[in-house]
Design a protein around this ligand. Sequence first.
Ligand code: AMP
Length: 395
Amino acid sequence: MKIISINAGSSSLKFTLFEMDNEEVIASGVFERIGIEGSKYTIKYNGEKIEQEIELLDHTDAVKVLLEKLIDLAIIKSLDEIKGVGHRLVHGKDKYSKSVIITDEVIEDLEAFREFAPLHNPANVLGIKAFREALGEDTLMVGVFDTAFHQTMEKEAYLYPVPYKWYENYGVRKYGFHGTSHRFMALSMKEILGRENFKMISCHIGNGGSICAIDNMKCIDTSMGFTPLAGIMMGTRSGDVDPSIIPYVMEKEGKNASEVVDDLNKVSGLLGLSECSSDMRDILSNIEQGNEQALLAKKKYVRRVVDYIAQYYVLLGGVDAICFTAGVGENSVPVRKEICESLACLGVKIDLELNEKRGEFVKLSTDESKILVYVIPTDEELMIARDTLNLIQNR
Ligand code: AMP
């Protein structure tokens, strides 16, 4: 059975087409600069990569071209072969604690929650509507929320120590993000250990990043918050800062609140501290050339990740496993090494030779390590496809 996973952004649409009988990726690709001059698509299949510039007026256009290309390239024979479409949805607030079949109500909710994810939710709706138009109402579509996995947090974890009415009246609370990836980590660890009753800390560290404390397959706490700005330091995001900085900088720079928050989102993190790049690869090569600020940025980055791991280690009362994923977690050898070295006091010991591996599943911890440490390449697209299949089969 073929299922397509979709991640629709405001001007892009990524897809992965799976044959779910063996969870094999048949084709994948991206449509970029939708509605902007210079739009193009890339489709990978059968070891080939096709790239073409093409005018894409909107998401409906992109989906139309995608489906036409799947047939033209003989990737599928007819649209009937696509039995389900899974959509990555960013914000389901506290209404959605698991993946759901997309109905009109879900679309209305995504629209109603738009102020919680102003860039993502409207784009997600565009993606859903485009597929509905192309495939008709009969093709089942499933929504997989980034926030859903974190809905198991208790009030003590998700509430901020602010006036309670802010929560009651405006929904001010921690929601958490990257839930699909953290869930994939938990499921992978379940497979490795052959049981569900374990405690782990999942480190999704890429350009964005979050840490998640998981007990018995459930999220207990996570580092992102009301928005994805909170938590650890990221590529361009500050992570947690003292909110009093905002009015102070507003006054100093003559900016309004949203401009300063924009600075915290877009010119902070690795980029802000290093003043050279938001990309860990550049940071590492700048360090090699003796750039002190790049070194400072990396040290701070490692420290913030370690802060959260330490916090969650205590919260969970010890852990069985720590896992790394996403761009930095899967690839950045020195960052992993330094994080793990900082955890030596917890009994973490990794094999430095195995740590040289990039982008692949690997057990890093040695036999003497008190905590298992793994690198697990995340696969949010597969999670989305699995949830879609599951909901189709159990309808
Ligand atoms: P993501 O958002 O998951 O795509 O992750 C992007 C981040 O991963 C960027 O900071 C990249 O520099 C980092 N990254 C990807 N490949 C490598 C690598 N080989 N070494 C170090 N960092 C990497």
